[in-house]
Design a protein around this ligand. Structure first.
Ligand SMILES: [Zn+2]
Ligand SMILES: [Zn+2]
Length: 499
């Protein structure tokens, strides 16, 4: 009896969609009637009315509506307030089951309330608005931010520009395709016969291509769970609560809460640190990794143009390497030393310290190679070796001079692998801004440290960073998917130590 689903054309899909919608509608009315008859408790019959889009909290009016909600009106303004919109200015979309949407400005919300009745479901009551602002059978309310920042929602960037920011609410207003997404099959047996039903959920999908006319076949996407994945431009985006999900219909893959898409992806990554180091150690060459915290590619280029990095200038053009999301120290550092993105190595934010995969230190240990890790006063990650920590002994406001001295001493012991983590470009960038004179002076000092260490090292030297930094009103910061935070320099060269 089972029929296989054949590939269907778009037209057939649309017909199917209408059929499904009608079916759902009939079933809905039928079930609705049944439960109304069966139960007298009104709240059981009131459907959930969720507030979604650009809000910090997803709430549903059913959760806190008064028991006798049929008689009373609920202030729309109060409800929206409870959901905590994440921007100051926004619009509200009242979305009806029939697809009708009323868009209302935040400043005019005082006029609006919501009411439930068996006849009209959830409906909007407005006194001063035109009559067509009254939507019956509202199925959801979407908050749409009016102002954009690169701090919320999905950012689309390339290696030198932030191209587009779109919030979950704003995505809802883009022209969608409606797609019947197969949800499952159930079967009931009555005597000899089987009765099957295929269930589909109608998804409202926005083709990625539609957003900025992305011509590029290959894109790289990152999400809040640390995913780092190449995708093509045939995928779709979907509003899911207060997040944006990525849907690949061919692979039937869904990636939740995506934060960024980069076009013209740099071919190199900070994760190359692990593979390059491993390659040379396996070939009996020693490796020195100089990790300059918070040194973005645009800072490198600016310092270069201003003549602040004479040593690095002599190395030729640094490669552009992509960091990982979230571009913060723990996640960037973990990606560098494990060669894996955060969703695999387990470190995707500041609060994580434990690695789920082996780091370059563990790999070196297995080869009986000696490693050292020299850093500041706080242990950033738990790795297979104990770091040499340094405090600001001379109280000059930075530990980098102490780290530099400790590194010089450490290198004398001829380890096979050394990682030196210098912090002060990041510290100064936070305080003054990543391109400020103070930060450039810092970069100049660090360049001289890098020179000294490279001159003394016999073997390969890698210079890179965990993440970059962008300007804020109070200085600088990082942690968002924008090119300033995501693209860093990468150098690999021969140290000048005596053979
Ligand atoms: Zn950092
Ligand atoms: Zn920082």
């Amino acid at each position: 009896m089972d029929k296989k689903i054949k590939p269907v054309t778009t037209l057939a899909l649309n017909k199917m969609l209408i059929a499904i919608a009608l079916l759902a509608l009939t079933a809905g009315i039928f079930i609705g009637k049944l439960t109304t008859d069966a139960s007298k408790d009104l709240t059981d019959n009131i459907p959930q009315l969720p507030i979604i889009g650009d809000v910090n909290k997803i709430i549903s009016i059913h959760d806190f509506g008064p028991k006798d909600v049929e008689q009373s009106n609920i202030s729309l303004e109060d409800v929206i307030h409870m959901a905590e919109p994440f921007t100051i200015d926004y619009d509200i979309l009242l979305v009806g089951e029939d697809g009708l949407i009323a868009q209302i400005k935040k400043d005019n919300l005082d006029d609006c309330s919501l009411r439930f009745s068996d006849e009209n479901g959830w409906e909007s009551i407005t006194e001063k608005h035109p009559i067509n602002s009254r939507i019956k059978k509202i199925k959801e309310i979407v908050v749409v931010a009016k102002d954009n920042s690169w701090d919320y929602g999905l950012n689309i960037i390339n290696r030198t520009e932030n191209i587009l920011n779109i919030t979950p609410g704003q995505l809802y207003l883009k022209e969608p395709i409606l797609y019947p997404y197969f949800d499952g099959k159930s079967t009931k047996t009555q005597g000899e016969r089987k009765y099957d039903v295929m269930l589909y959920k109608q998804k409202r999908l926005i083709p990625i291509k539609r957003l900025v006319g992305l011509e590029h076949e290959s894109l790289l996407m990152m999400g809040s769970n640390g995913i780092y994945e190449l995708i093509d431009n045939k995928g779709y985006l979907e509003l899911a609560g207060n997040k944006i999900n990525y849907i690949d219909l061919k692979k039937r893959e869904q990636i939740e809460d995506i934060k960024g898409i980069i076009t013209e992806t740099p071919p190199d990554s900070i994760m190359d640190t692990y593979y390059d180091a491993l390659y040379y150690i396996e070939n009996d060459e020693d490796v020195l990794i100089i990790f300059l915290d918070g040194f973005g590619y645009h800072q490198y280029e600016y310092a270069l143009s201003q003549g602040f990095i004479p040593f690095m200038e002599g190395l030729g053009r640094g490669k552009m390497a992509l960091s990982v999301y979230k571009p913060v120290t723990n996640a960037g550092f973990a990606a560098m030393i494990t060669g894996q993105p955060p969703n695999i190595n387990g470190v995707y934010d500041r609060k994580y310290k434990d690695l789920k995969t082996e780091s370059i230190f563990g790999a070196a240990k297995k080869m009986n190679k000696k490693s050292i890790l020299i850093g500041g006063s706080i242990k950033v990650l738990n790795t297979e070796i104990q770091p040499v920590l340094n405090i600001d002994k001379n109280k000059n406001g930075t530990t980098d001079d102490e780290i530099f001295e400790a590194a010089l001493a450490g290198l004398k012991e001829r380890p096979n692998l050394a990682l030196v983590h210098l912090h002060s470009i990041d510290d100064t960038g936070h305080e003054y801004g990543e391109l400020a004179d103070e930060t450039l002076e810092r970069i100049k000092t660090i360049d001289s440290y890098v020179r000294e260490l490279s001159i003394k090292w016999e073997g390969k030297v890698i210079i890179t960073s965990d993440h970059g930094m962008h300007s804020t009103s109070g200085g600088g910061d990082h942690g968002t998917f924008r090119y300033e935070d995501m693209v860093v320099p990468y150098f690999l060269f021969e140290g000048e130590g005596k053979k």
